[in-house]
Structures are given as C-alpha cells and as structure tokens.
Design a protein around this ligand. Structure first.
Ligand SMILES: CC(=O)N[C@@H]([C@@H](O)[C@H](O)[C@H](O)CO)[C@@H](O)CC(=O)C(=O)O
Length: 309
C-alpha cells in the first residue's frame, strides 16, 4: 500500500455551486460534496476548470474549500486547485488549503504572459512552499492555459519532494506515459491523472492511475464501472462503455450554452442536486439547451440501466 493510493481512482472535478442570485453557496457546496460521498468516488478536485475558478475571488474560493472540507470529513481525498494567475493570491490560497487540511493542492502555470520556464517553476515552488506539509499536483492543460508542461520543466519540478502527481489534460495520451515514466525514474512512486474524459480507457491503458474529469459529476457510477473494467482487463467491455459515455459527452458539448451549465441541469434532473447556473461570461441555458440537457440526462439513465445491471 503506497501513501499515494488515496489518489488512485475516480475523482470528479467539482462544479461551482451558486445560489439563485449567482453567489457562491456554502450550503450547496456541502450538498454536492455529500452527493459525491454517497456515490462512492475516491475524491474531489475543487476549484479547477469545472469549478470556474478563474471567475471567482480568493474569498469565494476559500469559502468553497472550507465547505467541501466540512462535508467531506475525511471520506474523500480532496485536491484543491489554488492558481490565481499571480503568486501572492495563489500563495494565500495554498496556505489556507493547508490550514483546512486538504490532501493536495494543484496549480496550472500562470496564463496570458508567456513566461520562461524558470518563472513558472519559481511560481509553482512558491505556492508549494506556502503549504509545506501538503502534496502538490501539477495541472497540465495547455489548450486552455496556453503553456505546456515540457519535460525540462517537469524535471525541474521533480526536485520538489512535494510534487507527487500530474493532472494531465493535454490531448496526446503519450504525454501520460512520458510523465509517468519520468516521474517513476525520479521518485519511488508517482501518480498521473487522466484529464480528457473521452480518453479515460486509453489514458489508463498507457499508465494513468485514475482520472480527474469534468463530466464524472453527472455520471460517477459509469466512470466507477469503467475504472473497474479497466482494472479487470476487460478491454472490450471497457471500450463499449467508453463509447457510450462519449456519446453523452458529445451531446453535452452540442449545446450553445457552456458545458458546465448543461452538467448542472443533468444533476438537477437526474439526482435532484441543485447547484445553480454558471457565472458570466459563461453562457447559461436557453430553451434549446434545456432540451439538449434533458436528452443527455436520459442518455445517462439509459447507460446506467444498460451497463450497471
Ligand atoms: C479541457 C477540459 O475542460 N478538460 C476537462 C475534461 O474533464 C473535459 O471537461 C471533458 O473531457 C469533456 O470534454 C478536465 O480535464 C478539466 C478538469 O478536470 C477541471 O479542472 O475541472
């Protein structure tokens, strides 16, 4: 048993939870956390892309993680994404994360200015030094952050003993293999999370230890089953379920509204969990999008009936 086993499995990327006025709702954060505990997932990834972190203040992000921790009570592995695009605020969130007892903090590189690698490693190490007793996860999502995790930057970060994982949301699954191999060459144990939900089976096959995903939240049971099939070596069945999941994701992405608005409507419809809409400038649902969300909700139900029986 490795001390990193708590990160191996299905970890939904936590959605932003708002009240009817669009303010962060601590009560709804707790309700969503409880929902994930009830579903039996390994953990949650809080304040990431799915958490709409770039549209939230430092105080709101503190409120969110405090409420996740209050409801999780040790029943979930909690990873808190703390990057704010400036070192000062990110450091403040890192310190606060450690004070509330998260398992790990995570960070994307700084966005907008194309910084040299020594500035990115200095940024990540400053954040990590502010939480000296907390694991650190590098979040690689070049298509959104605009900066990719190169192998030289990765090697530099491996010198930090708290760096235990990469959450890899880049599209080439080969990146997973490269980070996994280099991570294991540098350390006794190292975790890589699959990022693109549509490639979960491929990511796991090439070395990912589990996944963190933005669509797990609307169908955690299906991803738990998918992970089980992968672990059992049932390639054919795993691919069949992956294809069914992908049809659901394509449906979710076919909406004019932002995908997270669709996800929240699916949660409301299928699970009676109401966490509001999305924050502007993300698009909320119009009538045609509600139809799409309800079709996707039906697809989730049908897939559960078919694959979980
Ligand atoms: C580019 C992107 O948003 N990738 C998502 C995926 O889960 C993605 O939503 C999913 O594969 C659907 O395309 C995650 O990797 C992001 C994520 O987990 C997070 O930080 O919320």
């Amino acid at each position: 048993m490795s001390k990193l086993d708590k990160y191996r499995g299905i970890i939904p990327a936590f959605y932003a939870c708002y009240d009817e006025e669009g303010n962060v709702s601590g009560e709804r954060v707790q309700a969503l956390t409880q929902h994930f505990i009830d579903k039996g997932v390994k953990g949650v990834y809080v304040n990431g892309s799915s958490g709409e972190c770039i549209y939230q203040s430092v105080e709101e992000r503190k409120l969110i993680i405090e409420n996740v921790m209050a409801a999780a009570k040790g029943k979930l592995t909690v990873i808190n994404h703390v990057a704010c695009n400036n070192t000062k605020d990110s450091v403040e969130l890192a310190k606060h994360s450690e004070s509330v007892g998260v398992d790990a903090i995570a960070s994307i590189p700084p966005i907008y200015f194309r910084l040299p690698e020594y500035s990115i490693s200095a940024y990540w190490n400053a954040i990590s030094n502010a939480a000296p007793n907390t694991d650190f996860v590098i979040y690689n999502i070049p298509q959104l952050a605009g900066t990719a995790l190169t192998m030289s930057l990765f090697a530099e970060m491996m010198k930090n003993p708290r760096v235990i994982a990469v959450k890899n949301s880049s599209m080439p699954t080969q990146d997973i293999q490269m980070f996994k191999s280099a991570g294991l060459a540098a350390k006794d144990d190292f975790v890589v999370f699959n990022g693109p939900d549509e490639q979960f089976v491929a990511g796991r096959a090439i070395g990912a230890d589990g996944g963190i995903g933005g669509t797990y939240g609307v169908m955690p049971e299906l991803f738990l089953k998918l992970n089980e099939l992968v672990e059992a070596g049932e390639k054919g069945k795993a691919c069949e379920l992956q294809y069914a999941i992908n049809e659901i994701i394509y449906k979710m992405c076919s909406s004019r509204a932002n995908m997270y608005a669709v996800a929240k409507e699916i949660l409301r419809t299928n699970d009676n969990v109401n966490i509001g809409g999305v924050r502007e400038p993300l698009e909320n649902l119009q009538e045609a999008d509600v139809v799409i969300a309800h079709e996707a909700a039906e697809m989730v139900k049908a897939a559960k009936e078919r694959y979980l029986a």
